[in-house]
Every structure is written in C-alpha cells, then in structure tokens.
Design a protein around this ligand. Structure first.
Ligand SMILES: Cc1cc2nc3c(=O)[nH]c(=O)nc-3n(C[C@H](O)[C@H](O)[C@H](O)COP(=O)(O)OP(=O)(O)OC[C@H]3O[C@@H](n4cnc5c(N)ncnc54)[C@H](O)[C@@H]3O)c2cc1C
Length: 432
C-alpha cells in the first residue's frame, strides 16, 4: 500500500502542513534505523533531536512561551504520521511524553515556572518526558496511589539546629544521608514511595510526579488529596533520594520504563504544579486529548502494518503467483484497512469536536478502543501475510504486532475504556 492508499480523512490546510513537515523528517529515518533501535533497545535520540530542533517538542506550548501552539487536530496528525512512517507506536511513544507533559504546566504552572521552563522545552533543550502516576498497587485504580508527599513548613528565621517535620521519621528509617531540611530550604515536601512503569526517565530532565498529599482514608472523595509535582531528576539523584530499576519488556523496547523508589526526596514548595490536593483533576483535564492522540498513534501503526503487508503480498510468489492474489491474504488486509479507516474517522472527528466534557470522554474512549483493536487486527494480518517471515525481525511486522498488543493495555486498558462507555454512555451501573 503506497501512502496514497492510507486511510483517508479530509484535512485542513494547517493539518496538511503538519503532515508534510513531519513526513519530511520521518523520511530521513528508514526501516533499518528503527530495526537497529529495536535490536539494541536504544532510544532514537537522532530522530527525537531532529524533531526538537525543528520545534516539534513544543507542539502544545503557546506562542507566548516559544511553542508551536498547535491544537488537538494538528497533534493527532503529527503523531499518526510519526507512527505510520516506520517507527510505529514506539516511535510515537518516544516523544509522546515530552509533548504532552507540558500541558499541565501550561494549564496549572506558575507564571515563573512557565517562563523558566517552557521556552527551553520548546527549543528541545530541556526534556519533561517522564510522567509518574502508576504504582505497583495502583494501575487502573489510580486513586489508590500511596506515594506520599508530606508537607513540611520552613522556619522563617532559619535558625540553626531547627529540624524539619519528618526528620524523626527519616532517622527512624536509618537514613544517614545529609538531607536538605525545611530549615535550610524553606517550606516544601518530603516524598516517600514507589512508582512503576514510569517511561523515559533515562532521557528526561524532569519528572511530572503525582503523589498523595492527604491520605486516601482522610479524604471524602478518593480523587481529592492528590497533588502534582515537577521533580528535577538530577537533583533527586544528587540527594540520593531516587533509585531507578529498569523493567525489561517485550514491546516498545527502545523506550525504557522504570520502577522508581523515593526515599525522603526533598522538594521545594515551588515544585508543586497547580493546587495542592487537586492534582487528580489536573491529570483528568487533558485526558481526552491525550487519548485521541494515542488513538492516532494506533491508527498510524495499523496503516504501517497494512502498508508493509501489501508490499510483501505483491512481491512474494508461491505456487507461481503473488500471494496477494489469494483472497485468504486479501480479505484480512482489506478488513483491517476498513477497521483502521473507521477508527481514523472517529478519531479525527473527535479531535475536531469539543474535547472537554462527558460527550468528549465518550468520543475519546471510543476512538482509543477502536484504534487499538484496528491496529491489532492489522498487525496480526501483516504477520500472517508474511508466513514464517512474520516472526523474523528483519521484516519488522513482528515488532508492529508486539506494539499493537501493547496498545490494548496503555495508557488505559481496553476494559477501562469500555467501562467509561458502559457507565457514561449506556447508563449502566458503575463496575468499580
Ligand atoms: C510499556 C508501558 C509503559 C507505561 N508508561 C507509563 C508511564 O510513563 N507513566 C505511568 O504512570 N504509567 C505508565 N504505564 C502504566 C499503565 O498506565 C498501566 O499499566 C495501566 O493503566 C494498567 O494498569 P495495571 O498494569 O496496573 O493493570 P491493573 O489495573 O492491575 O489491571 C489488570 C487487568 O484487570 C482489568 N481490570 C481492572 N479493573 C477492572 C474493572 N473494574 N473492569 C474491567 N476490567 C478491569 C484491567 O483492564 C487489566 O486487564 C505504562 C505501562 C506499560 C505497560
């Protein structure tokens, strides 16, 4: 399937411009580039640096802070194109966090933080690639997080010998590190706990951390008492308060994910993003847009898988004719195409409509669900089309298949997307 056979939707002039620009960048990175990154489990620095140099990491940052100020529609095009051009879902994931994590900072960060950080992010000099919400005991049920940021009040006089709240506990843990205290740093927070599956920590300067500031038992609604922080990762390592352990995984292998352990991490008051206790709502705020962008990445992966399969089906001859002549090869690819087309239409229409509110949530969850299923079907058909070579790494489709499987799990599972529709569209009882 050549590009002119890609699933089609009508694009605005600015979307067409985004598509052309991203395609020109992606064309510099061929299939061998992505194969090598996958083989070596190595982050695609060259690709990401090129995007950054051309200003694309600032896609969602307003003009006033040096960004490109794109909307959801353009970002959907951008991420679909990155996935479709050869890197697949993993290539999109390599930059996804860097682009999306600026959104809560734009919405909720202080003016000082925005002026300091966002222009550098837009220029690609500073990376805010990592976002830490999930914990070993809190995945789908994200309000069950227990990583705790305890507020400590500074001593204005700064008199020597004053100790911060929480120091006794630290001594009790046997920590003999010389921790910065509230006395010498002003008011702030001390963070303890663990995160899991935090991606791109190795290529990020900052981590957007979601932690409890009020215990779950002490809030009326579980969604309250959660706060968002911007953690300087170098500083956390220098404090000796952050340990990371890489998780080996079978998909998106060149985008590394980690388990993080925080022990008495000191954060100054200025690390708080937005309002204390309202962090969960800040996370929810950009969720519909992000889900649509994920859907677009799935669409791109599906298109890529179909493209490679059609190419092979035309080239490979068995019984003296191209295998693509067999309907057993054609129909699964045609069905996958139809499903990718449907998912793409839903995704683009949702991106064009209002992206806030319950109806938008329904559209975003529908798009994510359909696009992940369509990507999976396309990748599966691509493997089957390749026969035994379907599992040979040099043909790439086995990588697309592993990634497509992953799209059914992240950033929310398909079941949780369906739960949203069951409850909020069909009016069925909440299941959790
Ligand atoms: C490669 C990768 C990268 C990731 N990157 C990040 C990241 O950068 N930052 C971050 O914070 N997180 C990240 N995650 C975490 C991801 O968001 C979670 O894995 C996801 O939300 C699911 O949570 P869980 O794995 O704990 O599954 P669980 O919540 O334990 O669910 C297990 C199964 O039970 C099902 N289930 C649970 N409750 C219900 C219910 N009520 N109804 C129906 N089914 C239910 C789920 O759908 C799933 O199939 C990443 C995950 C992966 C795999």
């Amino acid at each position: 399937m050549s590009r002119r056979l890609r699933a089609e939707v009508s694009l605005t002039e600015s979307q067409r411009l985004v598509r052309r620009s991203i395609r020109a960048i992606c064309d510099e990175y061929d299939h061998e580039y992505w194969r090598e990154k996958s083989r070596n489990e190595e982050y695609p620095h060259e690709f990401v640096d090129t995007l950054a140099e051309k200003g694309w990491m600032g896609a969602l940052i307003p003009d006033a802070y040096g960004g490109a100020d794109l909307g959801t529609e353009e970002t959907v095009v951008m991420m679909e194109e990155i996935a479709a051009c050869g890197g697949g879902f993993a290539a999109a994931q390599a930059v996804h966090g860097g682009i999306y994590n600026s959104v809560p900072i734009v919405e909720y960060g202080s003016e000082e933080l925005k002026n300091e950080l966002l222009p550098a992010v837009a220029r690609g000099e500073t990376q805010v690639q990592a976002f830490g919400l999930t914990e070993p005991n809190a995945g789908s049920e994200s309000t069950a997080i227990s990583t705790f940021a305890e507020r400590v009040e500074g001593n204005e006089s700064g008199s020597e010998g004053e100790r911060a709240a929480g120091d006794d506990e630290r001594d009790g843990n046997g920590a003999d590190r010389d921790l910065p205290t509230a006395t010498d740093e002003g008011s702030g927070y001390v963070v303890n706990g663990s995160k899991i599956w935090t991606s791109r920590v190795d290529v990020s300067d900052y981590l957007l951390l979601v932690a409890r500031t009020t215990p779950r038992e002490a809030v009326e609604k579980h969604t309250r008492g959660i706060s968002m922080f911007l953690v300087d990762l170098d500083d956390a390592r220098e404090q000796g308060a952050l340990e990371t352990s890489r998780i080996r995984k079978s998909a998106s292998e060149f985008v590394h994910s980690y388990q993080l352990f925080f022990e008495d991490l000191w954060l100054p008051e200025s690390a708080l993003v937005g309002e204390e206790g309202e962090g969960f709502y800040q996370v929810l705020d950009g969720l519909n847009e992000e889900r649509l962008v994920i859907a677009a990445e799935c669409v791109g992966l599906g298109e890529l898988a179909i493209e490679r399969a059609v190419q092979y089906a035309n080239e490979r001859e068995v019984f003296g004719r191209p295998i693509g002549e067999n309907q057993a090869i054609q129909h699964p690819l045609a069905k996958a195409y139809a499903r990718v087309q449907a998912a793409k239409t839903v995704t683009y229409e949702a991106a064009r409509a209002d992206v806030s509110g319950r109806e938008a949530g329904a559209r975003a969850n529908t798009a994510k669900y359909l696009a992940a299923e369509a990507a999976f079907e396309a990748a599966d058909a691509a493997v089957q089309t390749h026969g035994g070579f379907g599992v040979a790494t040099e043909y790439d489709v086995e990588r697309y298949f592993r990634e497509a499987r992953l799209t059914r799990l992240v950033p929310i599972t398909q079941e949780l997307a369906l739960n949203y529709l069951g409850e909020n569209v069909l009016g069925l009882p909440r299941s959790y």
